[in-house]
Design a protein around this ligand. Sequence first.
Ligand SMILES: [Ca+2]
Ligand SMILES: [Ca+2]
Length: 233
Amino acid sequence: MLKGKLGWLAITILFLVSLFGTIKAEATSNFDANNWQISWLIKNADFETVDIEDYGRSAGATNVWYVNQKGVEAWGTSNPSENIEVWQNGNSEGIPAYSGTNFVELNSDGPGAVYQDIKTIPGTTLTWSFAHRGRGGIDTAELLIGAPGNLTPIFSATDGESWGNYSGSYVVPAGQTHTRLTFAPISTSSGNLTIGNFLDDINLYIDIALAITFGTMRTEMVYKIMASRLHLV
Ligand SMILES: [Ca+2]
Ligand SMILES: [Ca+2]
């Protein structure tokens, strides 16, 4: 009797396992698209974490704000006023965010790039991406990456009155554990660098497979150096 019940239990489990296996196989999403990449340290990538109530004041138009950098999580500006210009959906110019509700305009009320500092592992490959848009015509902004004080121009984005999205890769140089991503205005259709160049959805990814390979190589190297010092090899 018990043997029979166990037999049926085994058959039921086998059936469920095969069913689960089938469902699992069918539910696989675009596996190759993920390419071993994970999000790397960028905070407030979408400019959605902004404290307008405590740090903002109206820039003189509906849903456009000058916000002290203390109120824009993780982002800073070299603008002497320390203000970052935050735009929101529902603004008087009818310009929508690329994603979410908020986006920023470069140079706010004075000259000054917008940047974020991140910790990096030398030798790793990072993939960056961002969205850029002109305000009233063709605007151009530049992405610079490097150690603070030693930035390298990486990419120039030129867009009219629709959002463009761009991506590329960056290899962290030897010794660079502190990396700055800076967005600087190059030109605007208005001719005034404080009017134009919108930015949104800034992301950074690390290729974890390459990072592991690099980490393994580095570990092997340390072992070899230690072994040679100890006269083991
Ligand atoms: Ca956004
Ligand atoms: Ca402005």
